[in-house]
Design a protein around this ligand. Structure first.
Ligand code: M6R
Length: 612
């Protein structure tokens, strides 16, 4: 969670830091702060709320000439973990002398014991944060060498961190360190940057170095020195970012979420590019690094993830069983990490994550590896912790997803899971003929998504009719059950409408008691063998006065039963999950817009959940 940006060079630091914070705001937006350094020492600014509030403060407090003179600084946008979102708890945090300051992403787990020890030494803490324990500890160790003080302090720290540290006594450097929270260094011409996410660097440089856990670095305008925890120099390769600045801007859309919904024909095309073998009815997924024999020997797949990625995994479960005839299950990553999962070397764990940073998913991967199981990643962010920890898998190539509500990542994940199912299927029972049929359908996905996007205006009208309700139900069966869960998640997270997703057959086992006249029930009623059953479930809701919004295959609407209709293109039940999810994303988006919600940055949420 939390975003970090640091700059050292010859240009004015303030606009670079503020620009970076704006890019990183999706990681947390409770409060923001920055520290600027020049020969007179450190100057800090903090504000509660979004980065715009910090900008107002800077405008009032710093003359334009003063802005020009600072060429070194660090900044932070916060998602509160320890201590309320107040100005005092906003980063940067200082040491006792107030000559050293730190911005931090992660959690210092033993902060209480550090705090108590330091209090006994006479420290009076300003904030309630875990980070201040670290900043003060660095100060305790400081004897004129900031890097060494950081090394020594971190030896006493348990937990996760990505940090950037400044000292007024060493104005020509920023010390950075990473363990469990991402950090990437950007190398420019006579300048260096550091950020928790490459999207904050892309306007300044394409040349980056991803730090690994345990790395401690010193950056100056023209050098990067990285060492391990034993203080031995190490070399980390320079990567070229495959990202342009336009990809992290709104491009004329009112919100990132809408832009990302509309990007899906292209993002799914990117996920599929070069990966479908239409003539063989197979997929080409070199990143899995598995021979046909190895594929055929897998007994079971276990898909782990959280939130939207978990829902994608649930669609994958149906696909793996149906297409490949392979036993499959889905586990919430936080659950997998703490139970005693029964897995062995015949199993394949697939860790699904947009950000590649989710702490629980990362821990689940480590647990699976401990048990000797093969682990693959299904990740969007290249260079992320999960991508590196798994070492093999498939990138979904959705491009940067800025809106907190995940949209194009979901469809990319499902598209790749369908390709994996195809590959596993062809290594066992799936005939070439059936493989070709499925491959052709998957290949049509960009057009199938377009079909739904063309209904944007109609869906906005449906949203108008449901936006007044504070409750909604989403029901579906088979692979549409996880889509119902995902539709409900999208609606609740951005519009704050209480929404529940249920298996359609489950409604009458209890939840139907909550239905009152007018409650919207979104029924995923595409063409499947159980369609009649789904319609019966919809009838049961209609009989109780529910407002039925049906998501139906083209040409199969039941106008007598439905109050509103959203149409899906003709396609098979697995592939239909993707256009159906897009329809529900648009519905949630318009409800949230009509209700005047903060769509890209919903309350209490952050994009990457790097804490347990
Ligand atoms: O980055 P990840 O895919 O691992 O993130 C998992 C969840 O935190 C994420 O999907 C979350 O549920 C989103 N807010 C959903 O829109």
């Amino acid at each position: 969670m939390c975003g970090i940006i640091g700059y050292i060079g010859t240009r004015p630091a303030t606009p670079i830091l503020i620009g970076g914070l704006k890019r990183l705001e999706y990681r947390g937006y409770d409060s923001a702060g920055l520290a600027l350094l020049d020969k007179n020492g450190l100057t800090t600014f903090k504000a509660v709320g979004k980065v715009a509030r910090l900008v107002d403060k800077l405008r009032g407090d710093l003359s334009p000439e003063k802005h020009e003179s600072y060429t070194v600084g660090i900044a932070h946008t916060r998602w509160a973990t320890h201590g309320a979102p107040t100005e005092i708890n906003a980063h940067p945090h200082f040491d006792k002398s107030r000559k050293i300051c730190v911005v931090h992403n992660g959690i210092i787990e033993n902060y209480r014991s550090i705090r108590e020890k330091l209090q006994k030494l006479g420290h009076k803490f300003d904030s309630d944060t875990d980070t201040e324990a670290l900043s003060r500890l660095i100060g305790v160790h400081y004897k004129g060498d900031l890097r060494l003080a950081v090394v020594q302090a971190l030896q006493q720290v348990e937990g996760a961190y990505g940090i950037a540290v400044l000292s007024a006594d060493e104005p020509n450097k920023i010390v950075v360190a990473r363990k469990g929270s991402p950090l990437v260094i950007g190398m420019g011409d006579g300048e260096c940057l550091v950020a928790s996410d490459a999207s904050a660097l892309v306007s300044h440089t394409q040349r980056v170095i991803y730090l690994d856990d345990g790395d401690i670095g010193v950056i100056t305008p023209d050098s990067v020195d990285i060492r391990n925890q034993d203080d031995e120099p190490i070399t980390r390769g320079i990567s070229e970012l495959d990202l342009d600045a336009g990809a992290v801007e709104k491009g004329g859309f009112e919100h990132f979420m809408l832009k990302e919904i509309f990007e899906q024909p292209e993002s799914v095309r990117n996920a599929l590019r070069g990966r479908i073998d239409l003539s063989e009815g197979n997929s080409v997924l070199a990143g899995m690094q598995m021979s046909p024999k190895e594929l055929a020997e897998i007994h079971r797949t276990i898909l782990v993830g959280c939130g939207t990625s978990l829902h994608a995994g649930m669609v994958g479960e149906y696909a793996f069983e149906d297409v490949a005839g392979i036993s499959s299950e889905v586990q919430q990553a936080a659950e997998f990490r703490y139970r005693n999962p029964i897995v062995d070397h015949h199993d394949m764990v697939i860790a699904i994550s947009q950000s590649g940073e989710t702490a629980d998913t990362l821990a689940a991967i480590r647990k699976a590896k401990e048990k000797g199981t093969m682990v693959l990643g299904l990740v969007n962010v290249v260079g992320s912790a999960i991508a590196r920890e798994t070492g093999r898998g498939v990138f979904i190539h959705a491009g940067p997803e800025i809106s907190v509500a995940s949209t194009k990542a979901f469809t990319g994940q499902v598209a790749v899971l369908l390709l994996m199912a195809l590959k596993l299927g062809r290594s066992r029972r799936l005939s070439q003929e059936h493989g070709v049929d499925l491959a052709q359908e998957i290949n049509q996905l960009p057009e199938l998504i377009d079909f739904v996007l063309k209904q944007n205006d109609a869906i906005a009208k449906v949203a108008e009719r449901m936006a007044k309700s504070d409750h909604a139900f989403f029901i579906g069966r088979g692979p549409m059950h996880p889509v119902a869960l995902e539709g409900a998640l999208k609606l609740k997270e951005i519009s704050y409408v209480h929404a529940e997703g249920y298996h359609a057959a489950e409604l009458k086992h209890g939840p139907i008691a909550l239905l009152t006249p007018g409650t919207p029930v979104i029924v995923l009623a595409n063409q499947t063998s159980v369609l009649d059953k789904v319609w019966s479930n919809a009838e049961e809701c209609k009989a109780r006065g529910a407002h039925i919004i049906a998501v139906v295959t083209e040409g199969h609407a039941k106008t007598d039963l439905t109050d509103d209709i959203i149409v899906l293109p003709k396609c098979g039940p697995l592939v239909a999950t993707i256009p159906a999810a897009v329809a529900l994303q648009l519905l949630a988006y318009h409800v949230a817009r009509i209700r005047g919600c903060s769509i890209d940055q919903p309350r209490n949420l952050a994009k990457s959940v790097t804490v347990e």
